[in-house]
Design a protein around this ligand. Structure first.
Ligand SMILES: NC(=O)C1=CN([C@@H]2O[C@H](COP(=O)(O)OP(=O)(O)OC[C@H]3O[C@@H](n4cnc5c(N)ncnc54)[C@H](OP(=O)(O)O)[C@@H]3O)[C@@H](O)[C@H]2O)C=CC1
Ligand SMILES: O=C(O)[C@@H]1CCC=N1
Length: 265
């Protein structure tokens, strides 16, 4: 498969790493305005780095666009004359609708919106996707690509913003919780390296238990909370301090902000 990534910034580079790791492409063209940060990709076989979006599009079957929302209209307008209906355009741009893309590129162009997260770099993204293209095969094609880079969920477009908060911003939310856990471990006497290793592996173990069992988190919590024990004491203190409420309120604030971003263009 020949893939182009237009806008190889934080997310685009993560997608590129995942594609390279999983050997998904025969040709991968990465574009950016300034190529300085793409040094790590330059010597990789089958990978080309360029500032020329037009060249990237002409060489590729699948075009993944990962620019900032405010850059998207200008990028699409410039790409329009190079795109053919046989090519699949996948946008990761937050809040930029398929209708908005179609109004620039025309209704013949197969368009998919995908919302991966940065764990795509290690093949562990949770990616949500939607499309309004009548050819189901185009959506299947997109699902197949992202299934090689983690797990996918096809959703309706009106849920894309919410899924961005849960899955894309979610990486940052979980990272902050892991950091808090690490800080707690240091306070209990471990050095920073030990604390980090214990927090990360315990978090990985918790998620792995849920993936393997399909259980509700509370059923796993029940197995750990000895009556009158230390776990329930800690959990109740965390809840008293607003742990669940803070996560839920934070996600709602993030969602409200996304709707502001989407309204700006
Ligand atoms: N970061 C994340 O975890 C996630 C981000 N998203 C969404 O994905 C998009 C990208 O986010 P993110 O990677 O964080 O943003 P970045 O700012 O890191 O990346 C955007 C990239 O686009 C490049 N760019 C801008 N204009 C052009 C152009 N005309 N041609 C080619 N490249 C161009 C920039 O290049 P240069 O630096 O050289 O100017 C930059 O590297 C956003 O819409 C974001 O909302 C979605 C899910 C997760
Ligand atoms: O913070 C942001 O706006 C983007 C969208 C999700 C992750 N990064």
């Amino acid at each position: 498969m020949k893939i182009a990534i237009i806008g190889t910034g934080n997310l685009g580079a993560s997608i590129a790493k995942g594609i390279i790791k999983e050997e998904l492409s025969t040709s991968l063209v990465l574009t950016k305005k300034s190529l300085d940060s793409l040094e790590e990709f330059i010597s990789i076989k089958g990978v080309q780095c360029t500032t020329d979006n037009s060249l990237a599009v002409r060489q590729s079957e699948v075009i993944i666009i990962a620019v900032q929302p405010a850059q998207m209209t200008q990028v699409l307008k410039a790409l329009k004359s190079d795109l053919k209906p046989s090519q699949l355009v996948i946008s990761t741009v937050t809040g930029y609708s398929i209708e908005q893309m179609g109004s620039v590129l025309g209704s013949e162009q197969p368009l998919v919106r995908a919302m991966p997260n940065t764990a795509i770099a290690v093949g562990q993204s949770m990616t949500t996707l939607c499309s309004n293209h009548p050819a189901a095969s185009k959506m299947e094609h997109a699902l197949n690509i992202f299934n090689c880079l983690g797990t996918t969920l096809a959703i309706s477009e009106d849920k894309m913003q919410a899924s961005t908060v849960v899955c894309a911003s979610g990486i940052a939310f979980w990272m902050r919780l892991i950091r808090a856990n690490t800080q707690g471990a240091i306070q209990l006497g471990f050095d920073a390296k030990e604390a980090h290793e214990m927090a990360v592996q315990t978090c990985f173990g918790a998620a792995s238990l849920l993936v393997a069992s399909g259980n509700h988190p509370e059923s796993e919590i029940d197995k750990v909370t000895t009556p009158k024990g230390c776990t329930i004491e800690g959990l109740n203190e965390m809840e008293f301090r607003g742990m669940s409420a803070a996560m839920i309120k934070g996600m709602k604030a993030s969602f409200d902000k996304i709707n502001d971003i989407a309204a700006v263009k």
